[in-house]
Design a protein around this ligand. Sequence first.
Ligand code: RP5
Length: 162
Amino acid sequence: MADLQIGIIMGSQSDWPTMKAAAEILDALDLPYEARIVSAHRTPDRLWDYGRTAVDRGLKVIIAGAGGAAHLPGMMASKTRVPVIGVPVQTRALSGVDSLYSILQMPRGYPVATMAIGAAGAANAGLMAAGILALADPALAARLDRWRADLSASIPEEPVDD
Ligand code: RP5
């Protein structure tokens, strides 16, 4: 199996049901990853250490999911040049719009590639990470092309009644 190049981080255990959608995509593409709880507010030292060591540990992409005052992706982007893909987790109070705006509105200089709210966004984060790594990995590129073709082929031409 390939080297570990992808980190999935999230602000809370409660984010995992959403962020699992990213992990499932990476599993399907045979891409190794680590999954960690790293909270911007509850474990700031863990966040700092993760960002400080990311390059030396060989990480090439970080997928960061958080909800509400979702500072994790942006703070991670401020600490490491490893590309950060942000996933806004859906919240009960504001349906994830709070998470989306918190992650999306980064100041110039520290980008976060922000996905859609919720599990679709997490799955797309996995695909985005795979697409980035596939630029330098022909075998992965072939697996990703196959995954995309399979999805396309699974879409029926005509709708049916439920
Ligand atoms: C954020 O607060 C987390 O990313 C999570 O989405 C939200 C709620 O966390 P819990 O109170 O469920 O641990 O930091």
